[in-house]
Structures are given as C-alpha cells and as structure tokens.
Design a protein around this ligand. Sequence first.
Ligand code: AMP
Length: 285
Amino acid sequence: MSTILALPPVARRVVELREQVKAWRNAGLKVALVPTMGALHEGHLTLVRAALEYADKVVVSIFVNPTQFGPTEDFDAYPRTLDADRANLATAGAALVYAPTVAEMYPDGFATAITVSGVSEGLCGDLRPGHFSGVATVVTKFLVQAMPDVAAFGEKDYQQLQVIRRLVRDLDIPVTILGVPTVREADGLARSSRNAYLSAESRKVAPALYRTLQDTAAAIRAGAAVDTALEAGKRAILAAGFASVDYLELRAADGLAPLSDLDRPARILVAAYLGKTRLIDNIAV
Ligand code: AMP
C-alpha cells in the first residue's frame, strides 16, 4: 500500500515563518533550520534527516540569494524546482518550506552586510569577491528570522561552514550549528545542484576531483612534502580533463589557517573548472 505524503506548506513572509515557529515553541517543540538554494538532492535531504535527530520540526529555507553571486556567475541560470523540492522534502520529513521573495529579504533601502574576516579570506573568498559576505548576511537574517535551536550545514561547503560557525560565535546567536558530512555519488563525486550543468562527457571526468583529494591526502599522510603533493594533485586534475584549478590547498580543519606541514587536524580543499562548471570539494586529512 502506498502512502501519499502531504507536501510541506510554503511560507513566503517572515511573519508567517515566525508565527509557525512560535506555535511550535509554545507546544514545547524544538525547531531546526536547513538553509538551501533549492534544486534539492540527496545531500540536502541528508541535512534534513540529520536535523530531525536534534529537533521535532525542520524548516527548510529555499532562496537563491542574489547577493552571494558575482556579476558573471550563474544567478539567473541557477535551477529553480520548487514543486519537486517540496515532494522530496515531504519524504525527508520537513515540516515547512520558507521561500521568501528577494523583496521580502532585501526591501528597498536594505543597507546592512555581515563580513567575517579571516575564514572568509583565501580559497573561494579570493576568487568570489563578496560571496561570503552575501552568505554571512543571508544566513544571519535566516537565523534571526527563524530563531531555530539547531541549524544544519554541509561540510561540502567547508569554508562556508567555518564562516557560519565564526559568525554565530561572534554575534552570540543562540543556535547549535550542525556540520554534516558530504553526500557523494557512487563514484565519489560530491552531490551538488551544479552537477546538473555537466555534459555526459564531463560527468565521467568529474570523479577525478575526489580521487585526487584522496590520493593527495594519502601522500601527505605517508610523509610526502605538502607542496610537492599539492602540485602533483593539480597536475592530476588537469590531466584528467579539467580546464583549470582555482586552488588545491591544505588548511587547518578548525579556522582554515594555511598549513605547510601536517601538524594538526587538516582539510584539503579544491575548486576546479570542468568546462564552464566550477566544482568544489574537500576531505579531512
Ligand atoms: P546549497 O543549496 O548548494 O546552497 O546548499 C545548501 C546546504 O546543503 C549547504 O549547507 C550545503 O553545504 C549543503 N550541501 C550541498 N551539497 C551537499 C552534499 N553533497 N552533502 C552534504 N551537504 C550538502
């Protein structure tokens, strides 16, 4: 017998979101928030399931945030699939979709930005100017709008996770940040809404990114010089068929300080172009 799951309702306004969260709180329920840009896949749904371990009700925000896209980036082309997203969220157990309009989030005269120095610098921060300030500002707004007990973010966007942990600490926002391990395809490619941009040919090349992260981590663990291992990794990514490598770096897992030796828990992070599609990934070392 199949069961028809009710689609989670969609709140478009901050007041609707707040009313629902208040009603849950009054009933003694714990609330989690999972911020997304939609085009949901198994990675996002895993965040919802992880959040449900800490909260009774999960709100998923779906908002393609214009302020975190650069002028030449894919804001207009970014996939928008609200109906399919709601169906997927019903199966994952989300209670509410929060999908505000751009005007609701940034009304006329909006003039505030959150900038998190340090962790926002280097890596994607240097190559996407303004990106992390856009992310930090929108996530701060979501946290203040929903006031959740818990908010879940993916390790897939590791620098973003570090930016959010920092801003929550710095601004004394009373929320527990949950970092969720990256969900991958069977061949190792990290799930991403942008994978939909890949041609069939590129899709075959894409897993080389994760393979290279693993090989580079293994070499460094085995005692290879960090610089040499990273240079070999970049060459392997290009040889596999990627067009260019933005960065392949070893950083401290906590705080992202650049490392030239493996003297503490670390992370290797990569960004590379496959055709016109920019893919990112990272793993622990
Ligand atoms: P996005 O919709 O791409 O902005 O992502 C929304 C949230 O889902 C972020 O916290 C991402 O880190 C997380 N996420 C995206 N892809 C994955 C993945 N493959 N595994 C785990 N989390 C992910």
